[in-house]
Design a protein around this ligand. Structure first.
Ligand code: PLP
Length: 219
């Protein structure tokens, strides 16, 4: 089942977009089943679960942190995390910088942008985003690599709304790239799209989709 689900999604998204299998709350056996189907990128939204899975599963897995991250928990994942998608404050970036430096690593990060209509989702608004980018320009953080933006669309069945939110994020990505990351090829990731909206996200330029329930079943 899991292998077939992964194969189907990979065929649909083509080779410009990578699939992150969101394994949160699922037992390690199921993660291993996906691993055996050649899946190598996994997403977790909780530090403790990611750490437990990292310790018990093969070491060539890329672990992506996709959920809200508290500054005081960065130290647990800094030694191995492949990408942090959910950076939503300068304070968090400073903490990632400090812990990455201790590990002698450069940690790839995405800035999470608030694009949904709901109040419940995390993320930066436009002016907060530019404030952080201006700060980073003044005071570069050598152990952080800003690789792009992440966003979650509204939880709605209105496809037009979802499409508008994703295309708005893509526009913002291009704006930020030309203003701050021109000629910096590592600023290239747009993390958007989940089980119910990844096809729209891919059409709107997603490079990383985060899919859980469609691979592993409902939580
Ligand atoms: C849980 C989660 C996903 C995956 O959600 P599904 O609907 O199960 O595909 C994607 N992104 C984030 C940030 C999540 O927390």
């Amino acid at each position: 089942m899991i292998a077939a689900n992964i194969q189907k999604i990979n065929q649909e998204i083509g080779n410009k977009t990578r699939l992150i299998a969101v394994s949160k709350t699922k037992p390690a056996e199921l993660v291993l089943e996906a691993y055996n189907a050649n899946q190598r990128i996994f997403g977790e939204n909780k530090v403790q679960e990611m750490l437990a899975n990292y310790e018990s599963l093969p070491k060539d897995i890329e672990w992506h942190l996709i959920g809200h991250l508290q500054s005081n928990k960065v130290k647990y994942i800094a030694p191995f995390v492949s990408m942090i998608h959910s950076v939503d404050s300068l304070k968090l970036l400073m903490s990632i910088e400090k812990e990455a430096a201790k590990c002698n690593r450069i940690i790839p990060c995405l800035l999470q942008i608030f694009i949904a209509k709901e109040e419940t989702k995390f993320g930066l608004n436009r002016s907060e985003l530019y404030e952080i980018l201006d700060q980073l320009k003044l005071n570069p953080l050598p152990h952080i690599q800003i690789c792009g933006l992440m966003g979650m669309a509204s939880n709605t069945n209105d496809e037009n709304q979802i499409r508008n939110e994703f295309s708005g994020l893509n526009l913002l990505f291009n704006e930020v790239k030309s203003a701050y990351f021109n000629e910096i090829p590592s600023f290239c990731e747009l993390s958007m799209g989940m089980s119910h909206d990844y096809l729209i996200a891919v059409e709107e330029g997603s490079t990383l989709i985060r899919v859980g329930s469609l691979i592993f079943g409902t939580r």
